[in-house]
Each structure stands twice: as C-alpha cells, then as structure tokens.
Write a protein that binds this ligand. Structure first.
Ligand SMILES: [Zn+2]
Length: 254
C-alpha cells in the first residue's frame, strides 16, 4: 500500500515557511526569488520521514524518533530548496534524517514558545521603563555593590546558562540596575500597584518557562524576546537590560 501525498492549504504552507524563517534550513538559501516585479517560489515541501519509504530506508530509519506517526502531518514536513531536497532524499541517511528532525523539532518548540508568550499579558507601562533607557545617558554605577551583585547573580545561574549570557546579565545589572529600579519607583508613585502587577506578570511568564523545562539560556532569550515585542523597544539591548533587572530582582531564576 502506498501513501498518497496530501495537498496543503495556503495557511498550512505559510505556517511551514514561517517556521523556517523563509530560508532553506539546510543551506540558508532564500525560499523565494524575484524576477522583475514578481516573486517565485524556490522551495519544495519535503517529508522528513519519507512518504513511502523504500525497503532500504525502512532499515536505515528503523529506530529513528518521529515527530508524527502520520507522514502527511505538517509536523513531518519542512520546506527545503530544490537542491537540498534532492540531496536529502537520495540517498537518505540516518544522520541527515536526524539533523532535519532536530531542526524541525526546534522550529516547533520556538513556535510553541512564541504562541505561549503571546498569551502572557504585560502592562503597557513597562514601555516607559524601557523607553527611559534610551533617553538618558547612563553612567555605570559600579563599585562596592557590584561585588555583592555578581555573587548573588552567580548563585541564581545553573550550568544551563552559557557563560557569555551570564556576562551579559552581570554587565547589564552593573550598568542599569539602579537606574531601572528608580524608573519603577517613579512608575509606582504615578500609578500605585502597577509595579507589583508587572513583577507578578514577569514571574508568571518565568514560571511558565520553567514548567516547559527550558534551560536558563533559552528562558533568558524568550524573556528578552517577550519584553522586546511587548514594549516595542528600539533595541534588543534595552530589553536585555530590563530582563537582567528581573533576574537580579528575583522574579526570574531562584
Ligand atoms: Zn537548501
């Protein structure tokens, strides 16, 4: 019995393309090209686990993990450029299968994170705090306090936090912590209870990430992306500074 190839709706195809950011996940070539004023597609939807495995593929792929038992499920499909698709299909090896399987698994995970993040509210007023970071010249307030700060931060990090990210958080806390704290105090004076609400929202976002079992480096990246998207921050750095504040202030990591 052979499996028939399913047709995919436009919405399903767009979702698949957006999971890979419109680029071939194997060679990074764009999946569209432009000629004149028109855009053309340069991708094919590839089955990660083959639609109709050949006898030798049944052997090679006998023990591999799968993202769906239904080969036609969109979770088993990924857009590839034509040449990567041809190379992937012939001959199919276990290593290449696992590589694509992992890329797709990560893409699905990120998509799930984005949709979870979009459900978590964050008061608009946090934008004022982020905007302040752009409008003032901030002097680094290093000194005695930094030694204490660095120590308490180190206690919150575990081995899943990459060293460059630790350094980034430490620097941001050293440079901006007191400044952001002052901005929240100001906010609280103008709008009593608002700060507490924001802190609770951040904590709840963090707890949701923790429940997903994500490593600290991913939690930090997701927190930055969430703050960045919600505040329309002008730079990623200011969102990172505010995310770092929440680590030092104990809403995130413990
Ligand atoms: Zn390619």
């Amino acid at each position: 019995m052979t499996n028939a190839r399913r047709e995919y709706s436009e919405a399903e195809t767009v979702a698949l393309l957006s999971q890979v950011g419109g680029r071939c996940p194997l060679c990074d070539k764009p999946l569209f090209y432009k000629k004149g004023k028109r855009q053309f597609k340069a991708y094919e939807l590839a089955h990660i686990y083959p639609l109709n495995p050949r006898p030798e593929e049944l052997v090679v792929l006998a023990n591999v993990p799968r993202l769906s038992t239904d080969v036609n499920d969109p979770d088993n499909l990924i857009p590839l450029c034509e040449s990567s698709h041809a190379e992937f299909d012939k001959p199919r090896t276990e290593a290449e299968y696992l590589r694509l399987h992992n890329i797709k698994r990560e893409a699905l995970r990120e998509e799930r994170q984005r949709s979870l993040a979009s459900q978590y509210p964050l008061e608009n007023q946090i934008s004022d705090v982020v905007a302040l970071l752009h409008s003032a010249s901030i002097e680094s307030d290093l000194g005695v306090e930094l030694a204490l700060t660095a120590k308490s931060l180190d206690e919150k990090f575990d081995t899943t936090m990459p060293p460059p990210t630790k350094r980034k958080v430490r620097n941001a806390v050293g440079d901006y912590f007191r400044y952001i704290q002052a901005a929240f105090l100001e906010l609280e004076r103008n709008d009593p209870g608002c700060t507490e609400l924001i802190f609770i929202q951040v904590k709840s976002f963090y707890v949701m990430q923790k429940r997903e079992g994500l490593p600290q480096g991913h939690v930090f990246a997701n927190l930055v992306a969430w703050i960045h998207a919600r505040t329309q921050a002008q730079t990623l750095e200011s969102a990172e500074a505010v995310a770092s504040f929440f680590i030092q202030n104990c809403e995130v990591f413990e």
